[in-house]
Design a binder for this molecule. Structure first.
Ligand code: SF4
Length: 537
């Protein structure tokens, strides 16, 4: 046994390695990116396990399924909205009989630090009928990741590890144990269980439902769902989940009371344990990071006379992250006295593109080309360039999900708006932009697709794109875009007049055009130089 200081993401990664991981797949997405970055570094140092970035979360999930099919242990990781992309294999993988342990680590982002929503993946796990483990500490992130593979093989279902930003991106001390060996290759004992033809799928769905009571027994009795008895005569109690446990415990001394406390860290939620815990209590406070998931479930479990207080009832803010101060207020404690610094009037610092970012030059050309078109529409996507919505650019009007810019532009153009420009980054295009482009090509949609090729996945720290920039033009041409309406430009101020002119010409064209604006992200250039200097030292 030894102690390490790890990010929550790294604790999951190392827990998986020590559980005998054979392969891990992912698409970068804050706050889950560091899981795979850690595994890639681990592989460089130790020669394994396989750790790869994939085209998107769906392909990552499917590659991991193949590893499980071969009887070996696998991890797929993603941010919460990435699970929407992988929803098809995720939902269906609950029905097949998992062979090698299959763990899906999903990092939620309550408070939306770098996401377009704050969906709670526990609900998704419930929807698919898979087991979910939710760590409340770095040690639990490591322990649960290790255990999840055993649980997955025992019940033949995928197991989700649900993280949140504050755990994924903070560091803590983790005691690590001896690594377990990898599974040998062994094909599934019931190969038909992987063929979800209707007749098999019906059998598999029924088999999952039949297994469900034994899965419920596991979460009813597992050590992740624990009761701390507290004051015997208290008529109220507290239920916490995930990190909310820490925020509650931090306030216990100030509270001067010690009511009974149930912490839930494993799902399906332990309905019997909750029923036993609540019996005799007049009031239960539910503190959970994310949706009022357990609170909602409680309303069908506990007698109506028991008051349930949480996000749904209005006792806890309905949205955003919790923290110790918010929980303090919920517990009725006075606000902490904090050090007031007089005269410190810091200017607001809204997020913005790096000075000199190539996207800024592309937006300048787009704005200039669209001058004189008051009804112009620019749909956009997810990446650094989404900041084009803010001053000084004010250049885009939408950002919904990965790849949406392309399909939305087609729809807006077909609805009658003109001109319509879709702006998407190279990595996002490879992730989810190519399939909607096929629709645009088929319809010869009257729109211009502008691919901002900065040769990297910029927003998540500069990971390599799944295919190099040099192949992008050929890929677009291969999909079927006509050569006379396909242009490759350099996104640089010295080419601004030319770029604006090309854009303007294509805006006049009442059919599909694609423009690839190329210039490398400044951050990856800097990092490249840093690496060279480090290599010489
Ligand atoms: S990280 Fe790169 S792509 Fe993102 S804003 Fe900075 S220079 Fe632009």
């Amino acid at each position: 046994m030894s102690e390490l200081v790890l990010l929550g993401d790294e604790a999951v990664a190392l827990g998986a390695v020590h559980a005998g991981l054979t392969a891990a797949y992912a698409y970068p997405g804050t706050p889950s990116t560091e899981i795979t970055e850690y595994l890639i570094r681990y592989r460089q140092k130790h020669g394994g396990p396989i750790a790869q970035w994939c085209a998107n979360e769906k392909t990552a999930y499917e590659e991991a399924l193949g590893v499980s099919f071969a009887g070996r242990r696998t991890l797929v990781s993603m941010k919460h909205v990435g699970l929407n992309v992988a929803a098809d294999p995720f939902m269906n993988s609950a029905l097949i009989s998992i062979n090698g342990g299959f763990v899906v680590a999903v990092a939620d982002d309550p408070g939306m630090h770098s996401s377009q929503n704050e969906q709670d993946s526990r609900v998704f796990a419930d929807f698919a009928r898979v087991i979910c483990l939710e760590p409340a500490s770095h040690q639990q992130a490591y322990d649960m990741a290790r255990e999840a593979f055993d649980v997955s093989e025992r019940f033949q279902v995928p197991v989700m590890i649900r993280l949140v930003t504050r755990l994924a991106h903070s560091r803590g001390i983790v005691t690590v144990r001896e690594a377990r060996a990898e599974n040998p290759v062994s094909r599934a004992a019931t190969p038909a269980s992987w063929i979800l033809l209707p007749a098999n799928a019906r059998r598999q769905w029924r088999a999952l439902l039949d297994r469900w009571p034994s899965i419920q027994r596991y979460t009813e009795t597992c050590s992740h769902n624990t009761v701390t008895q507290g004051a015997v005569f208290a008529d109220w109690g507290v239920i916490t989940t995930g990190l909310a446990r820490n925020y509650y415990i931090e306030n216990l001394d100030a509270l001067g009371a010690n009511p009974p406390h149930l912490h839930v860290g494993a799902y399906p939620y332990p309905a019997e344990a909750i029923r036993r815990f609540v019996s005799g209590l007049q009031r239960v406070l539910v503190l959970e990071e994310g949706y009022p998931y357990v609170e909602h479930a409680l309303r069908g479990i506990v007698p109506p006379a028991t008051a349930i207080e949480g996000r749904e009832s209005g006792h806890v803010p309905p949205d955003g992250e919790l923290n110790p101060d918010i929980v303090r207020t919920i517990l009725g404690l006075p606000a902490r006295t904090v050090l007031q610094v007089e005269g410190l009037n810091l200017p607001p610092r809204p997020p913005q593109l790096c000075a000199g970012c190539p996207h800024g030059d592309s937006f300048h050309a787009v704005t200039s080309a669209l001058a004189g078109f008051p009804d112009a529409v620019v749909t956009s996507d997810i990446g650094c360039y989404t900041l084009g919505a803010l001053p000084p650019y004010n250049a885009i009007q939408s950002c919904v999900c990965m790849g949406a810019s392309v399909g939305m532009a087609k729809g807006a153009a077909e609805a009658g708006l003109h001109p319509v420009v879709a702006v998407i980054g190279d990595s996002t295009f490879l992730h989810s932009g190519m399939t909607p482009l096929l629709d645009c090509i088929t319809a010869d949609a009257p729109m211009t697709l502008l691919i901002l090729d900065n040769k990297t996945v910029g927003m998540t720290g500069g990971q390599r794109t799944i295919r190099p920039s040099s192949e992008l033009e050929g890929l677009v041409r291969g999909l079927g875009v006509k050569a006379d309406h396909l242009h490759v430009l350099e996104a640089h101020p010295k080419h601004d007049a030319h770029n604006t002119e090309v854009l303007r010409r294509e805006l006049e064209h009442r059919g599909l055009s694609v423009i690839i604006a190329v210039r490398e992200c400044l951050e990856t250039i800097k990092r490249g130089k840093g690496e060279k200097v480090a290599a010489k030292a």
